[in-house]
Design a protein around this ligand. Structure first.
Ligand code: ADP
Length: 510
């Protein structure tokens, strides 16, 4: 039996019944945005497409500056009360939100796959990962401690207190439609901040569904507000507003840099998680099967559309032939198709622009001397019964060799199911190649040599490094980059700090 979620006001566009259903279509009649605890009809609306079929799965509100300013005003008014709320009360609400995400995981996963394309298994995995950020920050809410510092002179007490920073503006990408929302917003809410979030126009439904669950969890209206539409206008409203004291961004380096400049106008605190160019190094003393398995995850999760995806695969001479042969074997075993279909292990890329962009990159790589061992452009997709929908945004999983680090494919973020392999001779050479980039988000290497593990990890100029593992994201560890990959960390004991100001208070007359 269908059960409508309890909401405290407004119309709930999503129906959660704990089973896989066509939820986005149910939402289609409601071109909504979410403000002050209510879903509202927007004046304009826009299509959301399924990347696997090209079909319109629904419409959402197309908001602009006016709605963004209203959301900021609501968040600003709500901040007064929310910032003074008891940390445990915030924790209880967040914990409930996290539990609801697990209760309705099948609904949320189906919705995510329909708007993003990733396989259902991946969507379920993301939903769990996403809910754990909420749970993590629920616990962090009660661990915001200040300091009492040994006084510099008699008669005074020197203290530090931490306070929620204010309204947080959040702009997010489409590749993790749920986890991006909770990673930024749960931290802010736990700290006592209020939020205006703009998810990607390409994947707004997961974010709106999460907003609906916050109402069921008991989050007061106005703490979390969400809208999509004209990204430039919404972004500018956030940038121009003095009330927005903190800006959290995940997306491309080009957009991030442009927004950083705009943040200067009102001196906002910033967390920026921008592009990566992750090296994945396989030394000749590595366990090759483990390295291949690690790469399959580090590269093909979400079709390679991940900021921490392995982008440049560096393989030492003696391990090269075995690694490449085993990898090609595994890559050929991937089953490409609609993420909702059973057995699919590689979904579509996000849109036709991505298909064309990656094909162009492959063309230029071949012109520069690269050799495609398997996959290639869309005309290399399976035919007949195994063929994915011709209207979907599919690209085959591709392995390219004869690649050097100076080629465009190694200097740009591929964001697709393409593995470029570079051969190297020495450890020093591998480290030099790995660090020869302005990005500094994730890095991976495989070796069984314990001394090399410490040495290479220390030499890598990255915010995150995984040794003999192909996946490292978890709420318990600090997620973020160095160099042009950005600043600030999500998760861990460091994450909540981004949403706090510190105030030094000197108590005299003692
Ligand atoms: P991607 O190429 O992965 O979509 P972008 O950096 O373009 O990365 O997008 C990340 C987020 O930034 C999205 O929500 C997008 O709508 C938003 N965005 C893009 N351009 C602007 C802009 N001029 N102002 C504010 N937000 C923007």
């Amino acid at each position: 039996m269908l059960r409508r979620s309890a909401v405290i006001c407004g119309v709930a566009p999503f129906t959660f019944d704990g089973r896989y259903k066509d939820h986005a279509t149910k939402a289609a009649t409601s071109p909504m945005w979410f403000v002050d605890g209510q879903f509202r009809e927007a004046k304009q609306s826009m299509d959301v497409l399924n990347p696997a079929t090209g079909d319109v799965i629904g419409r959402v509100g197309k908001c602009g500056r006016e709605e963004a300013e209203e959301a900021i005003t609501v968040a600003s008014k709500t901040f007064g009360k929310w910032s003074k709320s008891i940390a445990r009360d915030r924790a209880v609400i967040l914990r409930k939100w996290s539990e609801l995400m697990i209760k309705y995981e099948k609904d949320l996963a189906a919705l995510m796959t329909r708007e993003n394309g990733k396989t259902l298994a991946e969507s379920l995995g993301e939903n769990t990962y996403s809910s754990r950020y909420v749970e993590w920050y629920a616990n962090e809410a009660e661990r915001v401690y200040g300091d009492i510092i040994p006084s510099p002179r008699h008669g005074v007490i020197t203290t530090v207190q931490k306070k929620p920073i204010g309204v947080v503006g959040v702009i997010l990408p489409w590749n993790f439609p749920s986890a991006m929302v909770t990673r930024a917003c749960a931290g802010a809410i736990a700290a006592g901040c209020t939020v205006v979030v703009k998810p990607s126009e390409l994947t707004p439904y997961s974010a709106f569904a999460l907003c609906q669950l916050t109402q069921e969890a008991g989050l007061p209206p106005g703490v979390l507000n969400c809208l999509v539409g004209n990204a430039g206008e919404i972004g500018d409203a956030m940038m121009d507003s003095f009330a927005v004291r903190k800006f959290a961004f995940t997306g491309s380096t080009a957009t991030g840099k442009m927004l950083m400049e705009k943040c200067c106008k009102t001196v906002k605190k910033m967390s920026m998680e921008m592009g990566g160019n992750a090296p994945f190094i396989v030394f000749d003393d590595a366990e090759i099967d483990k390295a291949v398995a690690g790469l399959m995850t580090a590269k093909f999760r979400n079709g390679g559309q991940v900021c921490v995806a392995a982008n440049r695969i560096l393989v030492q001479e003696a391990a090269y032939d075995e690694f490449v042969a085993k990898l090609v074997d595994k890559v050929k075993g991937l089953k490409i198709g609609d993420g909702l279909a059973a057995g699919t292990t590689l979904g579509p890329v996000i849109n036709q622009q991505a298909v064309t962009r990656i094909e162009g990159l492959l063309d230029r790589t071949v012109k520069e001397g690269g050799k495609i061992l398997c996959g290639g452009k869309r005309n290399a997709l399976p035919v007949g019964d195994a063929a994915p929908s011709a209207k979907g945004n599919f690209l085959p999983a591709t392995v390219v060799v004869n690649v050097t680090n100076d080629m465009e494919i190694c200097q740009s973020e591929i964001f697709g199911p393409v593995v470029p392999i570079v051969k190297f001779k020495t450890e020093d050479e591998a480290i030099a190649i790995a660090n020869n980039t302005r990005a500094g988000l994730a890095s991976y290497f495989f070796t069984t040599n314990a001394k090399r593990q410490w040495r290479v990890a220390d030499a890598l100029q990255y915010g995150m490094t995984a040794i003999n593992e192909g996946i490292m994201s978890t709420p318990v560890a600090p997620f973020g980059g160095v160099k042009e990959s950005g600043m600030g960390r999500d998760g861990s004991k460091y994450g909540i700090e981004s949403f706090l100001d510190i105030q030094y208070v000197l108590h005299g007359n003692n």
